[in-house]
Design a protein around this ligand. Structure first.
Ligand code: F6P
Length: 471
């Protein structure tokens, strides 16, 4: 079997502390199973020369990370990746702040990745690149003569060409994806949007359902909805219920029902909108006053970007307003926490919560939704209230699907979830769990790598058709 080299901006180096990103959660177990290299940024920034590459070996994986210079970090990470690509790919044209300097920094850092990566590469390595930070990486490697099989998976949405073309210089950037052998998306909608872009904007010839001709090569497009370690997470949640941390939290509720939300502090997650919905819920359904506690765990993220600081203030104000208006000396409606929690702690809290609120305005997949469902006790499960704009909604069709832009609709769904009879809760949970057990994390990684390494294998084409469980 060829050696696997995974490349992403963030690298989940073991023992480097709790982090909040879905990408690390998905790659780590997949890579551990097969072994290989995980290459990317160390998370460190220096004023002068960047810290040289460092390797940490654990089990069969070598984690190779390098530092970034301050101007690279500003222009590549804070600038083009997170102030232009992130909002635009999440359909938020209003928040994009483009500058030519940041675009230059983005290409420069991709070159820097290619230059450092090639010192590790062997000709038959299979390279799997992740996410929007590294769109031009295959092109940079091809220009250096590398002919390896290279796949790209984007964890976040791909908007329709009508939105994507608002990205200044899109014609320099997006077609660079043609240098990959396989480009994978979370949902059919994302894959179709990209296919439409290639057809309308690049006039690429479509060879069949899932392949386009690109110069003298072929690029394949596929749908690979990322999963979670369903069975292992369920076991973790069962065990975590016995932990002193979860017992303490449950004890502090004094018998009240708990609802939970867990999100990075990011405007795509719809946290202020969710707070408004919870406020509406308290206004419309006073019978729940004093009987339900909403725990919102929200680690801060990308704190150097002004929109993220503004969001922190907005959410803090909303929490204060709700608790001020509805709280009692003996009851706090919303508990709002910015601290990151371990996976074990979260698994236990998910299992202890009667309702999981996952209402992003737009999300590639949202693994919190899947982990919440996986963590439930099948005999007495909680209810997932899920935004229709999360990729997870395509598979979790038995959740209560809501429109996060409709606070009253979300309020009504919260009431329905809290009041749902046991039999209906069991049925909905069993339906979701079945899909999550079929398309778990290892299935996702195997399907992607199979399609990348053996494109002609029987039963392996076309990948662009509906993926398991997707509507
Ligand atoms: O896929 C979304 C993503 O950008 C991942 O790359 C990352 O794991 C997560 O969000 C957290 O973001 P950041 O790496 O900017 O902290």
């Amino acid at each position: 079997m060829a050696r696997l080299v995974v490349v992403s901006n963030r690298v989940g180096v073991p023992e480097s502390g709790a982090r909040a990103g879905g990408l690390e959660v998905s790659i780590r177990p997949a890579l551990r199973r097969r072994g290989g290299i995980w290459f990317g940024w160390s998370g460190r920034v220096s004023d002068r020369d960047p810290e040289p590459a460092k390797t940490v070996e654990r089990d069969s994986v070598a984690y190779v990370t390098m530092g970034l210079r301050k101007d690279d970090y500003e222009e590549f990470y804070n600038g083009f990746a997170n102030r232009v690509l992130w909002p635009i790919l999440h359909y938020r044209l209003d928040l994009a702040e483009f500058s030519r300097r940041d675009l230059g920094g983005y290409f420069r850092v991709n070159e820097f990745f290619a230059r450092n990566l090639e010192t590790l590469l062997k000709p038959d390595d299979v390279i799997w690149v992740h996410d929007y930070h590294l769109i031009p990486l295959a092109k940079a490697l091809r220009e250096r003569g590398h002919k390896n099989r290279i796949g790209f998976f984007i964890h976040i949405p791909c908007p329709p060409p009508e939105v994507l073309t608002a990205l200044p210089n899109h014609e320099r950037l997006i077609p660079a994806l043609g240098h990959y052998d396989l480009v994978g998306f979370q949902t059919e909608t994302d894959a179709n949007n990209f296919s439409r872009y290639l057809t309308n904007e690049c006039a690429l010839k479509r060879i069949d359902d899932d392949r386009f001709a690109f110069d003298d090569r072929t690029v394949r497009i596929g749908v690979f909805p990322v999963g979670v370690e369903t069975e292992a997470f369920a076991r973790l949640a069962r065990r975590a219920m016995e932990s002193s941390f979860v017992r303490e939290v449950l004890g502090s509720l004094s018998g009240r029902i708990m609802m939970i939300g867990v999100d990075r502090l990011d405007y795509t997650k719809g946290i202020p909108e969710r707070m408004n919905a919870f406020e509406r819920f308290l206004a419309i359904f006073p019978e729940w006053h004093g009987n339900v506690t909403y725990l919102q765990i929200t680690p801060r993220s990308r704190t150097d970007i002004p929109e993220y600081g503004d969001l922190g203030r907005l959410v803090g104000e909303a929490v204060g307003r709700i608790n001020g208006a509805y709280g009692e000396a003996s009851w706090t409606p919303v508990r709002y926490i910015n601290k990151a929690h371990s996976r074990t702690a979260l698994a236990g809290l998910y299992r202890a919560a009667r309702v999981g609120l996952v209402t992003p305005l737009r999300d590639g997949m949202n693994l919190v939704a899947k982990e919440y469902a996986a963590a439930q006790n099948a005999d007495d499960p909680g209810v997932l209230v899920l935004s229709r704009f999360a990729g997870a909604a395509r598979e979790c069709t038995a959740a209560l699907l809501v429109n996060p832009y409709d606070p009253e609709g979300v309020a009504i769904a919260i009431n329905r979830a809290l009041a749902m009879p046991l039999e209906e809760r069991r049925q909905r949970h069993a339906a979701i769990f079945k899909v999550l057990a079929q398309n778990d994390l290892s299935h996702w990684a195997e399907r992607f790598l199979q399609a990348l390494e053996h494109p002609q294998a029987a039963g392996n084409a076309p990948v662009a058709r509906r993926a398991a469980g997707q509507r």
